[in-house]
Design a protein around this ligand. Structure first.
Ligand SMILES: Cc1cc2nc3c(=O)[nH]c(=O)nc-3n(C[C@H](O)[C@H](O)[C@H](O)COP(=O)(O)OP(=O)(O)OC[C@H]3O[C@@H](n4cnc5c(N)ncnc54)[C@H](O)[C@@H]3O)c2cc1C
Length: 417
């Protein structure tokens, strides 16, 4: 963006596209650029294996390309949503990884931009965009997942601070996070949706304990987080006291967009790429000769295209600055179930290698890992059943699901924990 006589003039799409390409050519390893521009997959694979992912995320973030629509003052590139599409197209064309600080960039950032104080935005957004501070989302609890509004972690006011006690669970990246988005109960005497407040908590503060949880893949991406008399300054409150549900809804809507791929810069993970790779593998391995597998592959190719088109439509709706809305549940629901079908198919294409493989068979190991990891797709970010409820209620206008605890003071709602 250039400023002329106080007005801001956006670069043309083509000038911006060229700016991004020039930047990528200057900052990606030469072999990577050649791999893309010459269509040499082996070269690209070699180059990608040598790149330090964290360092790359920081470089991408420092240029503002990890958060193209954010104002420059907050670490973005200051382009409008339609131009962000141009940026993302080039990042996808060069097969650039998106930052793994996705909980910050995809969810915390949009929430702070909408609801945060100027002080919080200036302090927290630039290091988030630049990958210097990783974020996590502290919503789910042992007794509150789908019905997260029933959460029990308490925050009690003490002068200019709040004292937090309670437990969160399934907290992705908590073990690496500097900051967490925390929703806590500040008023148990009112119905659940009205008695919560949203805070940003320092994950290294005294009283925060993070315990890893091991998943079916063998990784430990997520954690249990315990809070014992943790102090949070009131200046780290986001939104008004008691407004936590509205602020949390902003985070959740953006989470669905981030998980569904619409906000993704890695176009290959939305469709197209994986299906094409799978078809090529099926042909090489002979699975393509099986009529049932062939039919499933073709169906997967069609569905991959559908995901992409639906995401384009959602991105087009945001061109005018429209915020993420309940329709994000369409792509979240479809992408989650589609990815599971795709990963099942990938294992079936491998045949016996999908069950047992020789040491060093990275292809089989990756396919099985993808299959196992995809089990979580229909749970994380809200289950598929909950997505269907949201679509019925908020998008189709069907009668709301009955909830006997909705109008009862939170402290009077029976609970097991
Ligand atoms: C990989 C992964 C990462 C995650 N990361 C985070 C994170 O970083 N931060 C965070 O806060 N949470 C995180 N979660 C938690 C996630 O948001 C919850 O698991 C999810 O919302 C479901 O809650 P639950 O597990 O308590 O299941 P429950 O809410 O107990 O649901 C159990 C079953 O009942 C069904 N069900 C519940 N209510 C209804 C209803 N009203 N109508 C129909 N069916 C219903 C559900 O669909 C599900 O099948 C993560 C989860 C996973 C799997």
């Amino acid at each position: 963006m250039t400023a002329t006589a106080g007005a801001t003039v956006a670069p043309s799409d083509e000038a911006l596209r060229q700016e991004v390409v020039d930047w990528l050519r200057a900052n990606l390893p030469q072999e990577w650029v050649e791999g893309i521009e010459e269509g040499d997959d082996d070269k690209l694979r070699r180059a990608r294996a040598l790149v330090d992912y964290s360092e790359w995320c920081a470089t991408l973030g420092a240029a503002g390309w990890a958060t193209p629509t954010w104002p420059k003052a907050y670490g973005g590139a200051g382009v409008d949503p339609s131009q962000a599409k141009v940026v993302n197209e080039e990042l996808a064309r060069y097969k650039v990884h998106r930052s793994f600080n996705v909980i910050g960039i995809g969810m915390g950032g949009p929430t702070l931009l909408q609801w945060g104080s100027e002080e919080l935005k200036e302090r927290l957004l630039p290091p988030m965009a630049q990958h210097k501070e990783i974020w996590c989302q502290l919503f789910s609890e042992p007794g509150a997942g789908s019905d997260v509004a029933g959460l029990a972690t308490r925050a009690v006011r003490d002068g200019d601070e709040w004292i937090v006690d309670g437990q969160k669970v399934w907290t992705t990246l908590a073990h690496m996070a500097t900051w967490g988005m925390l929703v806590a109960r500040t008023d148990p005497d009112v119905p659940k949706h009205r008695g919560m407040t949203y805070f940003i908590v320092d994950m290294k503060a005294p009283g925060v304990e993070v315990r890893p949880l091991k998943q079916i893949t063998g990784d430990a991406e997520f954690n249990e987080v315990f809070f014992t008399e943790v102090r949070i300054p009131d200046s780290h409150r986001v939104g008004e006291i008691g407004q936590g549900w509205a602020v949390a809804t902003e985070t959740l809507m953006n989470e669905r967009v981030a998980l569904s791929g619409a906000g993704s810069t890695g176009g290959g993970n939305v469709g197209g790429g994986p299906v094409d790779d799978l078809i090529a593998a099926a042909k090489a391995l002979g699975a393509w000769n099986d009529a049932t597998i062939r039919e499933r592959l073709i169906q997967a190719a069609i569905e991959g295209r559908l995901v992409k088109i639906t995401n384009f439509r959602a991105a087009a709706a945001r061109k005018g600055g429209k915020r993420a809305g309940p329709e994000g549940s369409i792509t979240k629901l479809f992408q989650a179930e589609y990815n599971q079908r795709l990963q099942n198919l990938a294992v079936d294409v491998l045949g016996a290698r999908g069950m047992a493989w020789l040491p060093g068979d990275e292809g089989a190991a990756a396919a099985v890992r993808g299959f196992l990891r995809s089990r979580a797709n229909t749970i994380e970010g809200g289950t598929s059943e909950v997505m269907r409820n949201i679509l019925g209620d908020r998008v189709l206008g069907l009668p709301r699901e009955p909830d006997v605890s909705r109008d009862v003071a939170w402290k009077d709602v029976p609970r097991s924990s």
